[in-house]
Design a protein. Structure first.
Ligand code: ADP
Length: 697
């Protein structure tokens, strides 16, 4: 079996791994894109550089060619050294890349030379003479080629501590197909780059002449540093010499947005990542909400399932849309048989269906039903009817729309049963109380009447005796008095005897009534002390609630069952409890204060073992109140029949209680309670093992 928790964990981990995979894929994709964009950008830069380098080489080449043409023009015709000199100076003023221009004859002797006006002589330090061989070689090549030839470049140290890489170009001077001399130009490589390359070099781009092995000979522009350098190399193939033109560039430096594509892709990637992050955050929040919602739903479900009240929802058409398990259990019908059912509902007793139908129609017509609910009768599946209390309320959804009706249904059959039992027991106790009171009255009357009856009887007997004595004494006189007096005496005697007899009979009648009343008291049984309290509790709590009294019960469970007339003892307990509660009520009224709080009005019913000796054990019952207490005057007459301080009191309660307890062999007394009030207590004998069943004592 898989636990839901484990299932949840594996689902969560799968979800997380999916997210991780997505993030990795997106990152990889973005990385690739950026890399590709970068590569594209570099290839673009590279090709632009290559193009620029080619153009630079072309520029240099055409610049050199132009110089050759200018030189040819300079040498054409008959030139005097002076005119040559002036033209040559003009030329050098114009062409800054030329350091020196020499006119040499066919044996390479210098006929004239002009040096650039823009700087001091290049050959100032070393002199031109040391280079005669090189010039010779170059010019030989030029002569062989019948055109311009270039020497290898060489380094000329300068006075300022730096040096200059220079290059000679030799152009043979031909007059009518005959070699008449040479023009030798010394170029500064540095100035060739600066002057011959047509366009301005962008920032970050360096143009240089290098040798084949990479040694830099001259540089124009910013030399590039750093790792991301683009290099384009082109060969400048000159007759007699080959130079490498090298162009270097740093990526992205020249333009404002050098790597637009890369930047775009990066920005889009960042945006994508941000969206991904927001999505993930949103997802996390959703998950949390989902989780919370799940928990709330589970909690609600648990609540609905565990609640004992039946819950039922109907839509506006009267169809059942929801029932909870308690409702299904109550009516004994499964939820699936109830859902979507309309009228008549399966739990309506057929004989009441018409009435219920009318009620539903009234409700559906929009008439609101009482909030406090109404009583109704439902039917279980087995046909038994049971009373229910239904509370209905309109079902309003989240947007405030009335969508149906929600009902809470309480099965009140148990409540009704308890009420019935309590009513019956109240009736029984009241009848018993009345009977007991009548009995007590009869007993008191018999007690009170016995004495006057006994007095009548003895007076009658005394009178008869007196008459008899008189008759005996008067016998001798009888003759003289006349015969009439004798029968009178006899009649009197007879009458007296009748009086005595009737008085005796009345005494017997009263005794028999007394015995009859007493006989009822003789039925005793072994009863658990707690059961006596339980029997009167419904009545006591009823009155306690009415008077705002709290009832406390303290029962020592070790108490043995007591041997008693159950009904009479219950009556005693009830009477004492009622007196106690009334005393607290009276105390509250006398104090004139506001109604005392229920905490102050406490009636304590206590049962505990009383002192016992070897032969018998006793159980003590006590009823303590916090009422007005009992004054000395009242205490003197407390148990006197018909003594009462209450307007509607009979004054028989306590005397009856005492009689009942004394008949059981117990003792009923009272004492003041602390801090106020009275404790009435009585004792009853504990039942011996052989007293188990009810019997007449
Ligand atoms: P009744 O309750 O009808 O008056 P009772 O014989 O039961 O008759 O009580 C007699 C009188 O004893 C009462 O009127 C009352 O004044 C007084 N009495 C009884 N119980 C208490 C009590 N717990 N506290 C104060 N007075 C009491």
């Amino acid at each position: 079996m898989r636990f839901p928790f484990a299932k949840g964990v594996s689902r969560a981990s799968r979800r997380w791994s999916l997210w991780a995979l997505l993030v990795v894929l997106v990152l990889a994709l973005l990385g690739t894109l950026v890399w590709l964009a970068g590569r594209y950008e570099s290839s673009m830069v590279q090709s632009r550089l290559e193009h620029d380098a080619t153009e630079a080489v072309t520029d240099i080449r055409s610049g050199l060619t132009r110089n050759i043409q200018t030189l040819q023009a300079l040498q054409s015709g008959d030139r005097t050294p002076e005119s040559w000199h002036a033209s040559a100076a003009d030329l050098l003023r114009e062409r800054r890349e030329i350091m020196r221009l020499e006119w040499r004859n066919e044996t390479l002797d210098v006929l004239g030379f002009v040096e650039t006006p823009y700087r001091t002589s290049v050959f100032e330090l070393l002199g031109r003479g040391s280079l005669q061989t090189d010039v010779g070689l170059t010019c030989t090549t030029a002569g062989r080629l019948s055109g311009a030839a270039y020497s290898t470049s060489y380094f000329m140290p300068q006075r300022d501590g730096l040096g200059l890489e220079v290059l000679d170009m030799c152009l043979p001077i031909m007059v009518a197909g005959r070699l008449t001399g040479y023009s030798v130009i010394t170029y500064s490589l540095q100035d060739m780059l600066g002057e011959l390359v047509g366009r301005q070099l962008a920032r970050g781009i360096g143009l240089s002449f290098t040798e084949a092995d990479g040694t830099r000979l001259a540089l124009q522009g910013m030399p590039s540093r750093g790792s991301r350098i683009y290099i384009a190399q082109q060969l400048l193939d000159l007759p007699g010499n080959t130079l490498v033109v090298r162009m270097e560039s740093r990526l992205g430096t020249p333009a404002l947005f050098p790597n637009v594509l890369t930047a775009l892709v990066t920005a889009m990637s960042l945006a994508l990542l941000a969206v991904l992050y927001l999505l993930a955050r949103d997802m996390r929040r959703r998950l949390k909400v989902e989780h919370d919602l799940g928990e709330a739903l589970a909690f609600r479900k648990a609540m609905e399932d565990s609640v004992l009240t039946g819950l039922r929802a109907r839509d506006l058409q009267g169809r059942i849309t929801y029932v909870n398990p308690a409702f299904c259990k109550m009516v004994g019908v499964d939820a699936k048989d109830l859902l979507n059912q309309s009228f008549p509902s399966p739990y309506w007793p057929p004989e009441l269906a018409g009435v219920y139908q009318q009620r539903q129609e009234i409700r559906l017509a929009g008439n609101s039903l009482p909030r406090e609910g109404h009583e109704s009768v439902f039917m279980r599946r087995d046909g038994t009817r049971f009373p229910v209390l239904i509370m209905e309320a309109p079902l309003i959804n989240a947007v405030g729309k009335h969508t149906g009706w929600m009902s809470a249904i309480l099965d009140v059959s148990e409540q009704r049963r308890v009420e019935e039992i309590s009513r019956a027991s109240q009736d029984r106790l009241q009848a018993t109380a009345r009977l007991a009171m009548v009995g007590e009255m009869a007993s008191l009357l018999s007690h009170e009447l016995n004495q006057p009856l006994a007095a009548i009887s003895s007076y009658a007997t005394g009178s008869i005796n007196l008459l008899q004595d008189r008759m005996d004494y008067d016998q001798p006189l009888a003759a003289s008095v006349g015969p009439a007096s004798a029968p009178l005496s006899e009649d009197l005697q007879l009458a007296m005897r009748r009086i005595a007899e009737q008085a005796e009979r009345a005494g017997k009648v009263i005794k028999s009534v007394h015995d009859f009343v007493r006989r009822r008291d003789q039925v005793r049984e072994a009863v658990e002390p707690r059961a006596l309290l339980d029997a009167i509790m419904p009545l006591v709590t009823l009155q306690a609630r009415k008077l705002g009294v709290t009832v406390a019960i303290e029962v020592d469970e070790t108490c043995a069952p007591v041997l008693c007339d159950r009904t009479m003892v219950e009556q005693v307990l009830l009477n004492l409890s009622r007196n106690g509660m009334q005393a607290m009520q009276a105390a509250a009224f006398e104090a004139g204060a506001a109604e005392p709080s229920p905490r102050e009005k406490v009636l304590t019913l206590r049962i505990r073992p009383a002192a016992s000796n070897a032969q018998s054990r006793w159980v003590e019952f006590s009823v303590a109140d916090c009422g007005e207490g009992i004054s000395v005057e009242v205490a003197e007459q407390l148990f006197t029949p018909f003594f009462t301080t209450k307007e509607e009191g009979m004054g028989l309660g306590l005397s009856l209680c005492r009689t009942v307890i004394e008949q059981h062999g117990g003792f009923l007394g009272f004492e003041p309670a602390q801090p106020r009030g009275t404790i009435f207590s009585f004792t009853l004998p504990a039942a011996q093992p052989h007293d188990a069943g009810p019997h007449a004592a």
